[in-house]
Structures are given as structure tokens and as C-alpha cells.
Design a binder for this molecule. Structure first.
Ligand SMILES: Cc1cc2nc3c(=O)[nH]c(=O)nc-3n(C[C@H](O)[C@H](O)[C@H](O)COP(=O)(O)OP(=O)(O)OC[C@H]3O[C@@H](n4cnc5c(N)ncnc54)[C@H](O)[C@@H]3O)c2cc1C
Length: 381
């Protein structure tokens, strides 16, 4: 049966779902509040589990502007001493990629247009019902892909209030022209008391992306794009090793994002309304999986709608497949932030020694810590 489907939200999840659904011959209208793609959002790591989906959709994302990291190196903050180094992209046939969010969105949007999705840009939807009506238009199904601050989730689901995790993420992009030529083009994580900083290249090394996380007692708002103060960021990380200082010296316009933990939703389905991506399972960024989970959701939802003539059966199957995995990733992400930030020097020393020994004596174990995330292939089902 050809369903007429509305998607609210043209982020990573909404656009991927639109492409996947069009490939199954469903009719798709996507509503996005932004009038055009901005440079908002900085870097996104897209791991093999999500790249597999984009490949299965025929998109070949490795041909889009991106970087392909050779390794991730963990360092102690003060002298930059290496705690562990894990090789990446050395053998895998499916690559692990790093994108500027704007490049990923732009390419997904072009693919959606090519696939025949009806795009309604500059359209903020406020009037929907769980009978699949959007602004007085009737559909067979509405997909809520409206992100971490989903109003659809607030309006239709029994969502408990999110809890501030006590952590703030600073995000910034630095042009490689503003750095010494010898500056590393690999992925590095620096771990210190109550803070950590991740740096990785984007657009084939033309930009270096920074995510710096600090702990704070209070924060008021969740979401993108609060302007931060570059001097405050530098002050927070003063006394950190040379690589961090050199990079932060070149930061001009950081943005700050308060990190919130969202209690798991009881259900993602409300009659003819279903959630996908951050609106269903927002997560803190410590395993870099929010967008990847949205991409996996998109594939499974389109697949189940194509396999089941009864929409309710398809939605139940989608939820049964996706909810346990997304919830486990959500919980894992929440725990991971704390490990990086151990303040007690003795405990930190022990943890770092453990990581160093694991990397030397059992590199496969160290590298394989998140295999259950990366090896998963939703396209195989
Ligand atoms: C610091 C940080 C680093 C991160 N790093 C990574 C990473 O490396 N890898 C990774 O996988 N994830 C990462 N994430 C998470 C990732 O950004 C999100 O999980 C991902 O963007 C979720 O995709 P989505 O499509 O669900 O929502 P979004 O991408 O947020 O898209 C939602 C869309 O809905 C639109 N919208 C909202 N309301 C309406 C409305 N009423 N009408 C019309 N449109 C509407 C918005 O404009 C937006 O375009 C990170 C997050 C943070 C904070």
C-alpha cells in the first residue's frame, strides 16, 4: 500500500527517513522550520553502523566532504602523555567518517530532493494531531523527528522533565590556516579533572572540530547554539598541554550546550504518530551516537512499514527493534562522560594505567569496547 507520510524535522534523522521511505515508494512530505541550511552545529562523527545504512541507501557518504580518522589517541591533560591509542579505518571495509553537520545535512537534503521527497522548508509545524493531521492536511502517518527539544514529544507523550547532567559542551571550529602546519590531523581526546576535550579534523583537514566538556552546577536551557566566550573557554583549560592551548588560542566563536539526561519514554507511538532520533531518545554525546542512532531508526522504520501492511503492526515492530538498542546506547553515553572526568589524581592515575595496559596488551579488547555499537547492522535484517 502506498502511504502518505509526513515528517516533522529535516535534521539527520528526518532526512534519512525521508530518503529511505521514498526508496520504498511511499509518498513523503518533510516539514523543516529552517528556511535554509546554516553552518550551525560543528562536527559529527558517523560510525560504521550508520555509514552502513547510508551505503545501503546508495548514498556513498565517503564521497561527501569528510575526514577519515586513522586513529584515536587518549591523552592525559597536563603534559599530553599518551594513555592509549586505537587504530581506526585500518581494515574495515565500511569507513568511520567525520563530517561538518552542514555538509551532511546538505548532501542528505540533495539526496531527498532527488528521491522525490516534497520538502517544505521554512515551515515550523505547530498544529498536528495523533490522527496524522498536519496543519489541516491529512496523512496516513506522522513521524516526529523534531530533535532534542521536540515539542511533539512534550505535547503527545508522557515525557518526564530532563535532568541537567552537570555538564556543558563547548563546540568550536578552527581553520587549519590559523594553526601551525605541523598540527595533528588525527583524533585526540585529552582527559583532565572534571573536564575533557576532543579534537578531530573535518573537510579533509581544512577545519579542526573541538568538543570541550566541563562540569558545572547549574544551567538553564537545553539546545543548540548559545554563544560562548572564547576567553572563558581558554581560561577553563589553562594549564593544559601545548596541543590544547595552541588550538584554543585560535578559537573565535564557540557555542555552548548544556547536556541533559532524558528519562526513557514509555512508548514512541501514539496512534498515527511515531518518534524517531533525538525526539525519541535524546542522549549525551560521549559515545558520539545520537545522529547514528537516528540514521539506524530511519532505516528500520522504513523497512518495517514496507514489510507490514498494517501501520500499527509496523510501528510496534519498529519500536521493538529500536527501543532496547537506543536505550542501551543512551545509558552507555551517560556513564562514559564520568570516566573521562575523574578528578581524584590517584583514581585518574589508576584508570589511565588500566587504559594504557589494555591498549598495549590487549589492543583488540580496548578497540573492541564498543563493538556492540559499531558491528550492529540494521540493514542485514
Ligand atoms: C556536543 C555534541 C556533539 C555531538 N556529536 C555527535 C557525533 O559525533 N555523532 C553523532 O552521531 N551524534 C552526535 N551528537 C548528537 C547529534 O547531533 C544528534 O543526536 C542528532 O543531530 C539528532 O538528529 P535528529 O534528526 O533526531 O535531530 P536534529 O538533527 O536536531 O534535527 C531536528 C530538526 O527538526 C527541526 N524542527 C524542530 N521543531 C520543528 C517544527 N516544529 N517544525 C519543523 N521543523 C522542526 C529542527 O530545525 C531540526 O532541523 C552530538 C551532540 C552534541 C550536543
Amino acid at each position: 500500500m502506498t502511504l502518505n507520510i509526513a515528517i516533522i524535522g529535516g535534521g539527520i534523522g528526518g532526512l534519512t527517513a525521508a530518503i529511505a521511505l521514498r526508496q520504498k515508494d511511499f509518498s513523503v512530505t518533510l516539514f523543516e522550520q529552517a528556511a535554509k541550511i546554516g553552518e550551525v552545529g560543528a562536527g559529527l562523527q558517523i560510525s560504521v553502523n550508520a555509514v552502513r545504512v547510508l551505503n545501503a541507501l546508495g548514498l556513498n557518504p565517503q564521497n561527501w566532504p569528510c575526514s577519515k580518522p586513522k586513529s584515536v589517541t587518549l591523552h592525559d591533560y597536563k603534559h599530553g602523555r599518551i594513555v592509549a591509542k586505537v587504530a581506526m579505518n585500518s581494515t574495515a571495509d565500511v569507513p568511520y567518517l567525520q563530517f561538518h553537520r552542514a555538509d551532511l545535512i546538505e548532501n542528505l537534503m540533495q539526496a531527498a530532493i532527488k528521491a522525490g521527497v516534497s520538502l517544505k522548508l521554512g515551515t515550523q509545524v505547530s498544529n498536528i494531531t495523533d490522527k496524522a493531521e498536519v496543519a489541516d492536511q491529512s496523512f496516513d502517518l506522522v513521524i516526529g523527528a523534531d530533535g532534542v527539544r521536540s515539542t511533539i514529544r512534550d505535547q503527545f507523550y508522557d515525557a518526564e522533565k530532563p535532568r541537567f547532567t552537570g555538564q556543558i559542551a563547548w563546540r568550536a571550529l578552527v581553520s587549519s590556516n590559523d594553526l601551525p602546519r605541523s598540527f595533528s590531523q588525527n583524533t585526540h581526546v585529552y582527559m583532565g579533572p572534571n573536564k575533557h576535550l576532543v579534537m578531530y579534523p573535518l573537510r579533509d583537514g581544512k577545519l579542526i572540530n573541538i568538543v570541550a566538556v566541563e562540569e558545572r552546577n547549574t544551567w538553564t536551557d537545553e539546545g543548540w547554539n548559545h554563544a560562548g566566550n572564547a576567553d572563558e573557554l581558554r581560561h577553563l583549560f589553562s594549564g593544559w598541554c601545548g596541543n590544547v592551548t595552541t588550538l584554543l588560542d585560535a578559537v573565535k566563536d564557540p557555542i555552548v550546550w548544556g547536556l541533559f539526561a532524558h528519562p526513557t519514554l514509555h512508548s514512541w507511538i501514539k496512534n498515527r504518530l511515531v518518534l524517531l532520533g533525538d525526539s525519541a531518545h535524546p542522549m549525551v554525546p560521549f559515545v558520539a551516537q545520537g545522529a547514528c542512532m537516528a540514521i539506524e531508526d530511519a532505516w528500520v522504520l522504513a523497512d518495517q512499514l514496507a514489510k507490514n501492511a498494517d501501520i500499527s503492526v509496523a510501528l510496534q515492530a519498529y519500536q521493538a527493534i529500536r527501543k532496547p538498542r537506543a536505550t542501551k546506547v543512551q545509558e552507555t553515553a551517560l556513564k562514559s562522560g564520568r570516566i573521562y572526568h575523574t578528578a581524584n589524581p590517584l583514581v585518574r592515575g589508576l584508570l589511565h594505567t588500566g587504559m594504557r595496559l589494555s591498549a598495549q596488551m590487549a589492543p583488540a579488547v580496548m578497540a573492541g569496547h564498543y563493538d556492540w555499537i559499531y558491528d550492529h547492522d540494521v540493514t542485514a535484517g
